[in-house]
Design a protein around this ligand. Structure first.
Ligand SMILES: NC(=O)c1ccc[n+]([C@@H]2O[C@H](COP(=O)([O-])OP(=O)(O)OC[C@H]3O[C@@H](n4cnc5c(N)ncnc54)[C@H](O)[C@@H]3O)[C@@H](O)[C@H]2O)c1
Length: 289
């Protein structure tokens, strides 16, 4: 475990927050997973239970480690009660700047002065939430990848006035999770990995919309020629087309660059509610999802 951090609170029990909380609990941290909706916590508990049990069956983890993690993990709607004793809060709530700013302002009021407040946002840089607090030096992005239980990379992204001690503590925390910290020198929308991914996705959607190849064949090329484990369209379905869409909008709002706007075909799927695996249909069909 990291020496300075013992108690972790994760806000938002969705796709990312639930697995980030599990990763922290598996590493031995006293962890609370918070959501505003009890049904979301119930869903997260069921999902994590089946995921971790499957890991045990497949020999990826021991039963003892998983049982110990459940001992460390609390799921609750009472944010303020758990925030009062947090050393680190990881915000993984919905990708909406107004909501994130109010969360950071409220956390600043209820957390002890030493608590680090980080955001898992994919596209909202932490300077945009840090100034909602009186502790901007203790705020940065800590960007996990989906699925957080599996993916090694975590980007550590300081804003202009993040203290070096905050970056060091966040980096040590990531290492203590058994993950690989990738440190950025300064914040930039999309950070590093998603900038690379966006370039590939933009090109893939462009080729599809221009009628050059079917999306399935574009996925096939990415897998069989480039050695990617998943094609860009399969990945959009996994991440959630709603998330992809909102990330692009957030980038457009930050940069004003019209090329950041979501592509036509992505917008159509978003407006139809075809978000990918989570809704049973995106680029591909997922019967029984
Ligand atoms: N989905 C991904 O692949 C991915 C990857 C990396 C980072 N992220 C980032 O992680 C964050 C969460 O994304 P997600 O895909 O897990 O979203 P999600 O929609 O699956 O989950 C968001 C959760 O936040 C909860 N919530 C909303 N307001 C809240 C509040 N005030 N307090 C506590 N909980 C609240 C919602 O009830 C929901 O359960 C976003 O900022 C996103 O940019 C997502």
């Amino acid at each position: 475990m990291s020496t300075d951090i013992r108690t972790v609170v994760v806000l938002g029990a969705g796709t990312m927050g639930s697995q980030i909380a599990a990763v922290a609990a598996l590493a031995g941290y006293t962890t609370a997973l918070v959501d505003i909706r009890q049904e979301q916590l119930d869903h997260a508990r069921a999902q994590l239970r089946s995921r971790l049990d499957r890991d045990v069956e497949k020999g990826r983890r021991t039963r003892a480690d998983v049982d110990a993690a459940w001992e460390q993990l609390t799921l609750t709607t009472d944010r303020d009660a758990v925030a009062a004793s947090a050393d680190l809060v990881i915000e993984a709530a919905v990708e909406d700047l107004k909501i994130k700013r109010s969360i950071f302002a409220e956390l600043d009021r209820v957390c002890p002065p030493h608590t680090l407040l980080v955001t898992n946002s994919s596209n909202i840089v932490s300077s945009r939430v840090a100034d909602a607090t009186d502790r901007p030096e203790k705020v940065c992005n800590l960007h996990f990848f989906n699925p957080a239980l599996v993916m090694a990379c975590v980007e550590v992204v300081p804003h202009e006035t993040t203290a070096p001690e905050t970056v060091d503590a966040a980096t040590a925390f990531v290492e203590s999770l058994g993950k690989t910290p990738v440190r950025l020198k300064r914040e930039v929308p999309g950070f590093v990995a998603n900038r690379l991914l966006n370039a590939l996705r933009r090109e893939a959607v462009g080729l599809y919309e221009d009628g050059v190849a079917d999306f399935k064949d574009i996925d096939l090329a990415a897998k069989t020629a480039l050695g990617h484990p998943m094609g860009p369209f399969e990945l959009m379905d996994l991440v959630g087309i709603d998330v992809v869409y909102l990330i692009r909008l957030a980038e457009y709002e930050q940069t004003g660059d019209p090329s950041a706007l979501p592509a036509r075909s992505v917008k159509e799927k978003y407006e139809a509610g075809d978000f990918g695996r989570k809704t049973g249909r995106g680029w591909y069909e997922y019967p029984g999802a």
